[in-house]
Every structure is written in structure tokens, then in C-alpha cells.
Ligand binder design. Structure first.
Ligand code: 572
Ligand code: ZN
Length: 370
């Protein structure tokens, strides 16, 4: 028997409730997933507290959550690469019945569903699809619930040595994979990462895994910097000034050179300044963190140094790389999970996440699994 489909629904700004929703059935090329682990992202908290991010406004109830994993519980027509839970029952003796259960595939869910037909999709950059339907970005429901339906080709089977939590963390890790790929971090790179939150930390791990010689990371919070050190940062710089030039000077002095690549993950305007001033002429400044829509930046300095300022929107074709990195042990994202809650404790989990303490808050949706 299926559990009721308890779902974390954002009814309107500030009003998050658990509701029972119908159990969705998978259509053609889709699978139904019994959800297991869902990480809370900054955008989930933002939609809850502010009701909007830029032009994306919560106008109707929406299920939150887009960093997720679970077990395939039903297959739609046409799905052949995933398997569902199977109960094989046979009568062994007069006294008892023997039942053998083969579990369904454990999968990580890539939450953006592109149109597949536009030029961005056809060119392989489907993250730039103007019609993309992204979980928990209005008006699209997310996956913080017990049962969720998703296109099967965007569900990635987890090998036995990759946990559900790691499966959920593939989502932010894929952002790091995409950012390091687009900014061309490679063997011997000197990398400057602004911000030691979850995205800064996955960028740090991916940069090291790609062979970066030295990674310096900055933050305004010393606890986060201490954690970044444990995660492999070579140098940490505590930011106490809003003057980007001052921060850049500190970074260059501590690193012993100008970084080839800067990855901005804080969204702070002064960090963009620091990135432009610190980056080696001919280097790359990757903008991952989102701050204000209009930023005042020293554009001439960037232009005259031929520092390429590049943007980053989520990921495209990066889940397989992120999964391979976890499965092979090249990155270890497990320590990012600082707090765990059950689906029933979703409100508490969001209240905690709002405080900005800890690193990644994970919600466990499945009643039967730890
Ligand atoms: O995990 C992907 C992700 N992307 C975020 C934020 C949080 N998590 N982005 C920032 C907000 N943009 S958006 O275009 N938007 C709300 C759809 O402003 C997307 C990328
Ligand atoms: Zn996110």
C-alpha cells in the first residue's frame, strides 16, 4: 500500500503547509518516484520568505524542493532503462508464504525539464531553454513530497556506493561542475572562490578534483572558512571590508599570485569588484552568485585586463560527471549535510534553514528508510 502523498506546499508568500495531494501517475517516458532525500536550497527559502525571485512570482500554490533523490516506484510507458520495485510471491509450504522483494532503482532527479526542441536544447545547452520547467520555480511544482513524477531520462540511477543524500547533492554539485567547466579550471589552475556557502564549497571540491594547484576562498563568516579548510581549501581569507580592491590585495598576497580563475558565489557586488581586481590578465571571472539586477562594476578594469566575465545558469549535461565524481571518490559531498529533518518536520527545517546556520539542510521524505 502506498503512503498518502504528503507534500510541502507553498500556498503564498510566508505560508508553507504540509498537504495531502493525489499520488501522480507517470505518463509516457516518465517515472513515479517514492522520494527519499530533498535538500533545501536558498531559492526554496527565498520563495517562501519573499514569494518571488526576480520575475518568478508565486501566484498559485506550489510544492517546494528541487535537490532530490528517491526510488523508482512506477514506470510510465516506454521506460526501459529503469526498474521498479518488484514483489515476487510464491507459496513455499502449507504453513507460510515466501515473498521476495527486489527494490526499485535509486535515482537522482535532474530538476529542469527543457522543451527539447529549441535551438538551445538542440545545441546541447538546454539550461538556456526559454521554456524550461524547473522544479519549485513558479508555477512548476517541486519534489518535496512522498511521490513525484518526472521524465525518466532526467533520472540518474545511483550505484550502490552512492547514498540518497549524495544523490540529492548531485544538484548543487552539478552547478559546481558546470561553473568549473565553463571557467576552464584545469591542472595547475590558481582559483579564487568568493563565498563559502554550499555552492562555493562544491566549486572548491570540483576545482581541486580538476587539478587546481591552489584554491583560495573568502567569506565574511569564520566558521564557514574553517569548514572550507576541512573541505580542502588551501588558503582562506576572512572578508571584513566592502572594498573590493582591499580584498583582492589580500587574496593576491596570501595566494602569492593572481588567480587564473575567480568564481563568484556570494552575490555581493564588492566580491565582483574583488574578482575583477584580483584575476590574472587574460583570466576568467565566473558569475555564479546572483545579487542585484543592476550592479556597478569596474568594467574598464576587466576589459583592459581581458578578463572574460562569464555567466552560469545551473547546468547542462553535468549530472553524469557529478555522479561519476562522487562514485569514484574524487569529491566528498557527504560532510555538506549539516542538519536532517523528516518530511513531517518541514516547517522546522525551513525555519532553521532561514537562519543561515549550518551548511545543507536535508529532508527525508520516506517513512521506511533512515
Ligand atoms: O539549484 C539551482 C538553483 N539555481 C538558482 C538558485 C537556486 N538554485 N538560480 C538563481 C535564480 N535563477 S532565476 O533565473 N530564477 C528564479 C529562475 O532568477 C535561476 C538560477
Ligand atoms: Zn538550487
Amino acid at each position: 500500500m502506498s503512503e498518502p502523498n504528503i507534500s510541502a506546499v507553498l500556498l503564498e508568500k510566508g505560508n508553507l503547509k504540509l498537504e495531502e495531494r493525489p499520488i501522480p501517475k507517470p505518463g509516457k517516458n516518465e517515472v513515479q518516484i517514492a522520494m527519499h532525500s530533498v535538500g533545501i536550497c536558498g531559492s526554496d527559502v527565498h520563495f517562501w520568505t519573499d514569494g518571488a525571485i526576480g520575475p518568478f512570482v508565486v501566484k498559485a500554490p506550489m510544492v517546494l524542493g528541487h535537490e532530490s533523490s528517491g526510488t523508482v516506484s512506477e514506470l510510465g510507458k516506454g521506460v526501459s532503462h529503469l526498474k521498479v520495485v518488484l514483489h515476487l510471491t510464491s507459496v513455499e509450504t502449507d504453513c507460510f508464504t515466501f515473498t521476495c522483494t527486489c527494490p526499485g532503482d535509486r535515482v537522482a532527479i535532474e530538476p529542469g525539464v527543457p522543451c527539447r526542441y529549441c535551438s538551445a536544447c538542440k545545441g546541447g545547452r538546454y539550461n538556456l531553454c526559454p521554456e524550461v520547467k524547473f522544479c519549485a520555480t513558479p508555477p512548476v511544482d517541486g519534489s518535496l513530497c512522498r511521490y513525484y513524477v518526472h521524465p525518466a531520462d532526467l533520472c540518474f540511477k545511483l550505484p550502490d556506493n552512492v547514498s540518497y543524500e549524495e544523490g540529492a547533492l548531485l544538484e548543487p554539485l552539478s552547478v559546481g561542475v558546470h561553473a568549473c567547466r565553463r571557467s576552464e579550471v584545469t591542472i595547475g589552475s590558481k582559483v579564487f572562490i568568493c563565498g563559502a556557502g554550499p555552492i562555493g564549497l562544491v566549486c572548491l571540491q570540483v576545482a581541486k578534483a580538476r587539478g587546481a594547484a591552489q584554491v583560495v576562498i573568502t567569506d565574511i563568516d569564520v566558521k564557514r572558512l574553517e569548514f572550507a579548510r576541512q573541505m580542502g581549501a588551501d588558503v582562506t581569507v576572512h572578508v571584513t571590508s566592502r572594498d573590493g580592491q582591499e580584498v583582492a590585495d589580500q587574496v593576491v598576497q596570501r595566494l602569492g599570485c593572481h588567480p587564473d580563475v575567480t568564481i563568484e558565489c556570494s552575490g555581493a557586488e564588492s566580491s565582483i569588484h574583488a574578482g575583477i581586481y584580483a584575476t590574472q590578465p587574460g583570466g576568467v571571472l565566473m558569475i555564479v552568485g546572483l545579487g542585484r539586477r543592476l550592479a556597478t562594476i569596474p568594467l574598464l578594469d576587466a576589459a583592459l585586463k581581458e578578463v572574460d566575465i562569464r555567466g552560469n545558469l545551473r547546468y547542462a549535461n553535468d549530472y553524469p560527471t557529478a555522479l561519476a565524481m562522487i562514485a569514484s571518490g574524487q569529491v566528498n559531498v557527504k560532510p555538506l549535510v549539516s542538519h536532517r529533518y523528516s518530511l513531517e518536520q518541514t516547517l522546522e527545517a525551513f525555519e532553521f534553514a532561514k537562519k543561515g546556520e549550518g551548511i545543507k539542510v536535508m529532508i527525508h521524505c520516506d517513512k521506511n528508510k533512515a
